[in-house]
Design a protein around this ligand. Sequence first.
Ligand code: FE2
Length: 168
Amino acid sequence: MVVEKIGINNLSVEAGMRQLAEHLGEDIEFWGLTGLLHDLDYNETKDDEARHTYLTAEWLTQHAPPQEMMHAIHAHPGHVSCESRLDWSLYCVDPATGFLVACALMHPDKKLASLDSDFMIRRFHEKRFAAGALRENMQACSHLGLELPDFLLIVRDGMQKISGILGL
Ligand SMILES: [Fe+2]
């Protein structure tokens, strides 16, 4: 039941989280799994933000997910505040993946591999471009000691590893 709820967005966030964990010397599998599961209840709660992630928590109860993982999942839509590096990472990777998909689709090559810092940063400052990808959330990468261009390149590198699945 849980597996069938994993959408392509969750795969992108997993890929970004894995790459970021590797860069920061954190637990790649644990961070990747947190990304993979973060939006499990997306379809069921898209019109009910207050329930988002809490339904996921109900579904995962039988698997006894680590508290640290659930805290990060609850923090990504702002239900609780970000405290750990895992919390901040999910918080900034989530909008970054949607932003990078939009960047790739706008690029003449339609490839993640073609996105360089200049291109990404120019799009970042265009307020109307991918407006749903919250810039403020992405800028929270500063809590990880990362500059925005470096952070975006890390997430892009992670997503490139599943470029075949993403078709980008
Ligand atoms: Fe979400």
